[in-house]
Design a protein around this ligand. Structure first.
Ligand code: GZL
Length: 324
């Protein structure tokens, strides 16, 4: 074969190879991620997991927004993502309501929305593709079930004497606050002598959890149990209980949700009794969902995370391997 022809054959072969490679390699996608803030250790771990998982994928470009716990900032960020024509929006809803119009705008712009952690209200769920995260109702039920078992083992509940419970709620209107309250109430239905005598939001922060518990303790000297919708508020309440001259974990049973390291340490120190796990490490699942979307796959309506319950029987063994 003449040299000229050989060169032509090689060139054509190279062009075919490159075009095949180009076809196979996923197109670079831009991801708009609207996170709600930095209110808790849980949130910090969640943000770190999602942003590093996206950062580790060379075919994904991240535009990140921290709403600083303000819904209007989230709505502005999503509008910016739409204006910048991102390929997909990742979004944690600060509260359940108020996102319908901006989700309509994303749908109109044909930009898919994947919810992580907290979902929007039922009426708006047709506007987003899926929700990945925990079952907050189950978390509340796990907290109530653990308490029933513990009270029984301690011989503290004969089924008739009142059990005085106070509750530190999460951010008012948020999915975890609504659902963790519902889940715990589901278990309370089996215990007519249990009473939630005081219930107030501590907004998922340690400082507000401490302040509200201080007020509870001033008003009520007969508190037996604290159910906090996250460990951050429980840890703040533990400070308030100690400053009131009481022993957290003994004089008052302390239950939290999240399973952050601080809760494990408090359990090991005997100052907390139980934490229900809520896994923030959603990054790998988020990137998997984006890649499935890019490959044209249909996403499931809900992508669940696996979680446990920790107390004095298993916290010390688990603490060394905890990632958040
Ligand atoms: C739950 C998450 C909650 C955590 C809190 O998935 O939305 O928000 O339980 C965090 O610690 O502030």
């Amino acid at each position: 074969m003449k040299n000229g022809k050989k060169v032509l054959v090689v060139l054509v072969a190279l062009m075919v190879l490159f075009s095949a490679a180009a076809m196979a390699a996923p197109k670079t996608w831009t991801v708009g991620f609207s996170q709600i803030g930095t209110e808790s250790e849980w949130r910090t771990a969640d943000t770190q997991s999602v942003t590093s998982a996206i950062g580790d994928d060379p075919t994904l470009v991240l535009i990140y927004s921290d709403a600083q716990q303000k819904q209007e900032n989230q709505i502005k960020a999503i509008r910016t993502f739409i204006a910048r024509k991102v390929n997909v929006i990742l979004f944690t809803a600060l509260v359940e309501t108020g996102y319908g119009p901006v989700l309509q705008e994303a749908a109109k712009a044909k930009i898919p929305v994947i919810m992580i952690d907290r979902d929007v209200q039922k009426a708006d769920r047709a506007l987003r593709l899926t929700i990945m995260g925990s079952d907050f109702v189950k978390e509340g039920e796990k907290a109530g079930t653990w308490l029933a078992d513990y009270l029984k083992k301690q011989g503290m509940d004969d089924g008739s004497k009142p059990i005085n419970i106070v509750e530190l709620q999460g951010t008012t209107g948020s999915a975890p606050a609504i659902d963790r309250k519902t889940g715990f109430a589901n278990i309370m239905k089996q215990h007519a002598n249990w009473q939630i005598t005081r219930s107030q939001t501590g907004n998922f922060t340690t400082s507000e959890g401490k302040a509200v518990m201080e007020a509870f303790l001033k008003a009520d000297k007969t508190i037996q149990v604290l159910y906090a919708h996250n460990d951050g508020m429980a840890l703040g309440a533990i400070q308030a209980i100690k400053e009131a001259g009481l022993k957290p974990g003994k004089d008052i049973i302390v239950i939290g949700v999240d399973s952050v390291k601080g809760a494990f340490q408090a359990i090991v120190d005997g100052e907390m009794n139980c934490t229900v796990e809520c896994n923030p490490l959603l990054g790998p699942q988020a990137v998997q969902a984006i890649n499935d979307l890019r490959a044209g796959k249909k996403l499931p309506a809900k992508i669940d995370t696996i979680e446990g319950v920790f107390d004095a029987t298993n916290a010390a063994a688990a603490l060394p391997t905890r990632q958040y």
